[in-house]
Design a binder for this molecule. Sequence first.
Ligand SMILES: [Zn+2]
Ligand SMILES: [Zn+2]
Length: 279
Amino acid sequence: MALTYCVLASGSSGNCLWVRGGGVQVLVDCGLSARMTGRRLEERGGRLEDVSAVVCTHGHSDHVMGARVLAKRHGLDIYATHGTASAIPGIPNERSRLLPCDGEVRLGGLTIRSVPTSHDAPQAVALRIDDGESSLGVVTDLGVATATVVEAFAGLDGLLVETNHDVRMLQEGPYPEPLKRRIRGRWGHLSNEQGAELLAALLHDGLQHVTIGHISEHNNTPDLARAAIEKLLAARGGQPPKLAVAVQHRVGEPVTLAPRASATPSLRQASRQLAFAFR
Ligand SMILES: [Zn+2]
Ligand SMILES: [Zn+2]
């Protein structure tokens, strides 16, 4: 089973990504109600009964809202760092699994690597999911892309990356000033341009597919986010990865990653140099 994923929802009202590979099915985050999660899975031919776990990136409600019911009523294991787990009380002990802040867990044939991010939730992480043939990066909810993040996500086959806000829309929009400061700060969210910069650092010939997501409904539009990414891809030239835009209220199209051709030493070298440039 090749690594396949599908965005069930993306944005500040709820995030959920369905991942299949290595003989298991997992959700990354569950910021929808359990009922809505089940409904959206069914739209793409999935069933909650076939999902074994939720891997939570951090404890904000748009990422963990459905966790308790999914654990208690549907028997899903909940993987979370200590910091994230403290934000989701009521998970039965037998369903609670520790996700390291900077390390790996195995789930069936999937290796899930957690990477610390700069975000204002305790022990927030981004995730690299690998089935041995291809790997997917889930990199949303970060104020800045640190060198650690850039290094940890080199050589991906698929990427879900944040393009949260358009700087001008945020600036001129309705949010109170402290909230604007939080969003654009080092512990907030990536703007379209910052998302494009991160993608530029991770771009390589083997990157097959990019999904942009966590797009603000107040401070951004899917078209502005897409335009920022397309501008970067056009400037880079070559064969660009396929691009999809994940939104809040519609289930995305499933993406299946082809097994990677092994990365050449020169590519690895290039990504190390980029990581260095980001320090
Ligand atoms: Zn979020
Ligand atoms: Zn968050």
